[in-house]
Ligand binder design. Structure first.
Ligand code: GDP
Ligand code: MG
Length: 403
């Protein structure tokens, strides 16, 4: 890990100053297709870009398992090392999480910063947190990520000092550091509990209104759709995790009020500390009545993204909630996938096929839209309206007019 990791400097990857030249590295393990790794690295590059790095090159290696010492094979380490030196690379980003030992060994080998996927995501989150809640949650996740890695850090420093073994004068220091971090963790947890309580009260005060929550993979277009539906200005950007904090808006359609919330997106291999510490943000999901699952239909891996989102929803215990699938970015999908000369009938036929497939698979309604081009927005609104009406009716069967 980076050398200056300590409690007073949590923002350790230092990615946010100027663009750092980086390489991304992925291991193609047994049973994995090369294509899959290439998609993963696309995403990793996107993450790196979001964090402010410039990715110069990508490297992959086929290995049955990661090597315990250097994660990669020795030949590969040398090859990448030469590239790093020739191209003045400052940062190596791994798609997988490294053990402290692997990270330290690589850092020694290449003499540049080694960052893994979790660190990168944590770094982006730290950069983007706005509210006290989000900031506290990210800090907690960072501390929890750091805690088991301290020993590795210490060993590394000791080795630099002259290679003393695992015990020695540094031991006490590491214990103190660890205690400081543990203290910090419990303080952050307490702080979060307080914020949670306030938020719970706030949520209660929102009363009996039906609640809709936008969910989806990061960059699917949730915030864009939120803005469109609520005519508000939630931050939307072509970067991963542009929004971290939950935004809730009250909407009124045909005199029927409901709440719509936009929250953090999901991604493959979201560090589990982060998910843990974001539990309270995700209460918004737990307390919602209907999930609106936004999918970037133009993304080559949209099916995997759906799976990741479904899996995360399951882990959060909200997979039994009613949900609709909104296949967004139809404009981009058509541009990428449809030949300019294709007739409308055929296009319709292809889309119908996809719709049927996913409706059957997930037993959920599906609408194709483009939030940017405002295609099929009325269809979506119509569907949501009828579902919200149903929800009000089931919930308050004796009241005919509740709004
Ligand atoms: P979020 O992470 O799910 O909240 O996604 P955002 O709303 O921030 O959108 C991510 C990116 O996708 C932004 O650059 C949007 O402009 C873009 N985007 C959103 N909806 C559409 C769409 O329907 N078509 C196209 N082409 N781009 C879209
Ligand atoms: Mg967003």
């Amino acid at each position: 890990m980076a050398q200056d990791w300590n409690t007073s400097k949590q923002k350790n990857t230092g990615l946010r100053k100027e663009k750092e030249k980086a390489v991304v590295i992925g291991l193609i393990t047994k049973g994995m297709e090369e294509r899959t790794m290439s998609d993963y690295l696309d995403e990793l590059e996107f993450l790196a870009m979001t964090a402010g790095a410039e990715v110069v090159e990508r490297f992959t290696q086929k290995l049955a398992h990661p090597k315990s010492k250097l994660f990669l094979g020795e030949g590969k380490v040398q090859e990448i090392g030469e590239f790093i030196e020739e191209n003045k690379i400052e940062l190596a980003i791994f798609d997988d999480d490294l053990t402290p030992k692997q990270a330290n060994n690589l850092e020694k080998e290449w003499e540049i910063k080694i960052v893994d996927r979790s660190m990168l995501i944590l770094d982006i989150f730290a950069d983007r947190a706005q509210t006290a809640q989000a900031k506290t949650q990210v800090e907690l996740a960072q501390m929890q990520y750091l805690l088991p890695r301290l020993r590795g850090l210490w060993t590394h420093l000791e080795r630099q000092k002259g290679g003393i073994g695992m015990r020695g004068p540094g031991e006490q220091e590491i214990e103190t550091d660890r205690r400081i971090i543990r203290d910090k963790i419990s303080k952050l947890k307490k702080k979060l509990e307080k914020i949670d309580l306030q938020n719970a009260v706030q949520r209660k005060n929102r009363g009996t209104m039906i609640r809709l929550a936008l969910v989806g993979y990061t960059n699917a277009g949730k915030s864009t759709l939120m803005n469109l539906l609520s005519k508000s200005e939630v931050f939307a950007e072509n970067k991963l995790f542009a929004t971290l904090d939950t935004t809730v808006r009250k909407l009124v359609w045909d005199r029927m009020p409901f709440l719509l919330s936009d929250t953090v997106g999901f991604i493959r291999k979201l560090p589990h500390h982060l998910v843990e510490s974001f539990k309270s943000t995700l209460d918004e999901l737990r307390e919602s009545d209907l999930l609106v699952h936004v999918v970037d239909f133009s993304h080559p891996n949209y099916e995997d993204h759906i799976e990741t989102v479904q899996k995360t929803l399951f882990e959060l215990g909200v997979s039994d909630k009613p949900c609709v699938l909104v296949f967004n970015k139809l404009d981009l999908f058509e541009k990428n996938e449809f030949d300019a000369y294709l007739d409308d009938e055929t296009k319709k036929y292809i889309l119908e096929g996809i719709k049927t497939k996913f409706e059957e698979k997930y037993q959920q309604d599906l609408v194709f839209i483009s939030a940017i081009e405002r295609i099929q927005i009325d269809t979506l609104k119509g569907l949501l309206k009828s579902l919200i009406e149903d929800l009000y009716e089931t919930r308050y069967p004796y009241i005919t007019k509740y709004w």
